[in-house]
Write a protein of this length. Structure first.
Length: 318
């Protein structure tokens, strides 16, 4: 399949051929991982709905939507694992196996759009966030291209030329998605962490809680990014067996993006409750004196604390 006139394209097609020949054992491991992450997602969603009474209905609907999509993905992965291990079929022989790739990309895109909306609000409608929306839409287009090309590979007796073209498209679209996904993950994490920390209150215990929240948000973003990096590394590997494990990691990203957002939302709710339960901006009257009142020190400190609390509250409730 190697052609000296188009070496890069032929290498991409060759590695795509290996990737879509994922062994049944890898598919079985993938579905076990899917069920494991699904259990954690259900637990996180349950914890969210226990304390979400102050969140908007739109956010509640988003959590329900991505949780249901995740359940659908897990069920479909179970179907593919059954066909591959019991009926002994390859991915191309399994009806609608391409839908697993499409659904995974769709879930990842929905979660990215949710984060983009938060970044849009926290940056007060910064124009360059629109560029990130364009990148997200590009990943959606590439995801649709992969699904369509994969579905056309499964037709009976395809022409060799059509097979090569579709393998090229799948490989290049996967590369594009990996690059854009990694870029978006890094940018969105930096934006949220920067604007959250920028609105710190100056109160040591609350700032520590905010730092823990930032750590949870950053840690949660690392795992899907790591899966994307591993998938890309396996795809570009010169080892044929490594190429066949690309989908094992790539198909976990949708679950990890959902889990990332749910963990961040739960951490945000806990931080908001911590802020409300504190006596922040409420000074003790034990050491208060008329001299302090005359000097206006207490008033200035109270106003400063109140403004800081408002900034903090607006930041956290985004």
């Amino acid at each position: 399949m190697f052609n000296a006139s188009h070496p890069t394209i032929d290498i991409v097609a060759d590695r795509t051929t290996h990737a879509i020949r994922e062994p049944p054992g890898a598919i079985l491991i993938s579905v076990f991982m899917q069920f494991f992450f699904q259990g954690i997602i259900v637990i996180e969603a349950g914890q969210y709905y226990e304390v979400c009474y102050e969140d908007s209905w739109g956010r509640n609907l988003f959590v329900a939507f991505v949780t249901l999509l995740s359940l659908a993905q897990t069920a479909f992965e179970g179907y593919i694992a059954w066909k591959a291990n019991v009926d002994r079929r390859t991915l191309l022989m399994i009806p609608r196996a391409w839908f697993a790739l499409f659904l995974n990309g769709f879930i990842g895109g929905i979660n990215k759009l949710f984060l983009l909306r938060r970044c849009w609000r926290v940056t007060k409608g910064s124009w360059w966030i629109a560029g990130l929306y364009a990148l997200t839409i590009t990943t959606y287009v590439a995801n649709i291209l992969i699904a369509v090309s994969f579905s056309r590979l499964a037709v009976s007796n395809p022409k060799p030329k059509d097979v090569i073209v579709r393998e090229h498209l799948i490989g290049l679209a996967c590369i594009l998605i990996c690059i854009l996904a990694e870029l978006l993950d890094v940018i969105l994490s930096v934006i949220l962490a920067y604007f959250l920390w920028k609105n710190k209150t100056g109160e040591h215990h609350l700032d520590r809680a905010l730092l823990r929240f930032c750590a949870v948000a950053t840690e949660s973003a690392i795992w899907p990014s790591l899966c994307v990096v591993v998938s890309a590394g396996l795809f570009f590997s010169h080892n044929e067996n490594a190429n066949r494990l690309v989908f094992l990691f790539l198909l976990q990203t949708g679950k990890l993006y959902t889990l990332s957002n749910l963990r961040t939302l739960n951490a945000k709710v806990k931080l908001r409750e911590r802020m409300k339960s504190d006596d922040f901006a409420r000074g003790s009257l034990g050491n208060w004196s008329w001299r302090q009142a005359d000097s206006g020190v207490d008033h200035e400190m109270s106003m400063s604390a109140t403004v800081s609390e408002l900034q903090f509250g607006v930041c956290i409730c985004v």
